[in-house]
Design a protein around this ligand. Structure first.
Ligand SMILES: *Cc1c(COP(=O)(O)O)cnc(C)c1O
Length: 360
């Protein structure tokens, strides 16, 4: 069998033991005579699968009962709209920090809901290569929440320190760093993440929201987009993405076996340090994200001679290191090294970079 190291930003690699377990379970899950894909979401067989996924996620992230954990449809992008609908009225002030494409999209969707949505600060002036400093006095005092994108998947930057928002709830898009680094949940009113980067196959967006922030919604909001409605129906107001939720549970089990988020964070930091150190010491490759704000999940780099990028990508591909092409908005290369990327993958990439540099 020929498995590659997949550096894609998402959907991304899954842990190998998880794939093996899926294969074992596929035809007859725990002797039920059917696969998880074929089960009713209301059945006795399925109920423990979804509650296990929620319970293990709560343990891994230390989520208290003050928060609801929802498994929603529509990816992270749909929540750009639903978060505003659920947390703010159509005239409320809402504040956004613009640190990249996803942050901009989130802002545009919120503005569609309330015209009093404001981008209070942006790092566009330097092509999103840094995280702007956020002080309490730039957040509007009566803002319903402050939205940040905790890890910027496309530009390879992350918040190493969360902003102090005082009593304004912090809302974080953690799509590409959930379970990759420890964050204090209690600093957030809401956090959300699509599954396909660090939790499983595409199809679910996890929303972790403080229950007391939920409220009766404007009648124009469809019930399926209401977090309170989702919560009251245990994430199953209609058929959820049953198979994705099952795989998430397996990924969470795997992570617990690895020692939880604290332990995987150490591995992630080690992988990122290896790669950044190599780039920093190279005359041939360079990275543009500001050092203090570099992402441990998405490592962007360029070749000093950009004309060689395609040739470099051909070499990596021939070595089974795939999907290293940078996002179209940025160019160059991007190595997404989420939880499931083993350190061997990073070492193989560095070896390939060394070899290419020597040849040129
Ligand atoms: C991938 C990503 C999204 C979009 O996720 P979808 O599931 O495709 O909607 C949003 N925000 C961030 C930070 C992402 O990395």
């Amino acid at each position: 069998m020929n498995r590659v190291f997949n550096f894609s930003a998402g959907p991304s690699m899954l842990p190998f033991p998880v794939l093996e377990q899926i294969q074992k379970d596929l035809l007859s899950y725990k002797n039920t005579g059917c696969s998880v894909m074929e089960m009713s979401h209301r059945s006795k067989m399925y109920e423990p699968i979804i509650s296990h996924a929620e319970e293990t996620l709560r343990q891994l992230m230390n989520i208290s009962n003050e928060y609801a954990v929802l498994f929603a449809h529509g990816g992270a992008s749909l929540q750009f709209s639903t978060i505003a609908m659920n947390l703010a009225s159509r005239t409320d002030n809402i504040d956004y920090v613009i640190t990249g494409e996803f942050a901009s999209k989130a802002f545009i969707e919120a503005k569609r809901w309330s015209s009093n949505t404001k981008a209070i600060v942006s790092s566009k002036d330097k092509n999103f290569t840094y995280i702007p400093h956020i002080t309490k006095n730039i957040i509007r005092r009566n803002s319903k929440y402050l939205h940040i994108t905790v890890n910027n998947t496309i530009y390879g930057t992350q918040y190493n320190q969360l902003p102090d928002t005082g009593n304004i709830p912090l809302v974080g898009d953690i799509s590409s760093i959930i379970l990759g680094k420890e964050y204090d949940i209690n600093k957030f009113g809401l956090m959300y993440a699509g599954t396909q980067k660090n939790m499983g196959p595409a199809g679910v967006c996890v929303i972790i929201v403080k229950k007391r922030m939920l409220r009766e919604l404007d009648a124009v909001v469809p019930p399926l987009l209401s977090f309170e409605h989702m919560m009251k129906n245990q994430s199953m107001p209609n058929t959820p993405a049953t198979f994705t939720i099952y795989v998430m549970g397996l990924v969470f089990d795997w992570l617990q076996e690895m020692g939880g988020v604290r332990e995987i964070q150490k591995v992630n930091e080690e992988k990122a340090t290896l790669l950044y150190d190599f780039i920093d010491n190279s005359q041939f490759f360079t990275s543009f994200a500001k050092k203090e704000d570099r992402s441990i999940m998405n490592v962007n780099f360029v070749l000093k001679n950009d004309q060689l990028t395609n040739e470099f990508l051909k070499l990596t591909e021939s070595r089974g290191l795939v999907n290293l092409k940078g996002h179209r908005a940025v160019g160059g290369c991007r190595a997404s090294i989420y939880n499931a990327m083993p350190i061997e993958g990073v070492n193989a990439l560095i070896a390939c970079m060394k070899e290419f540099e020597k040849e040129k």
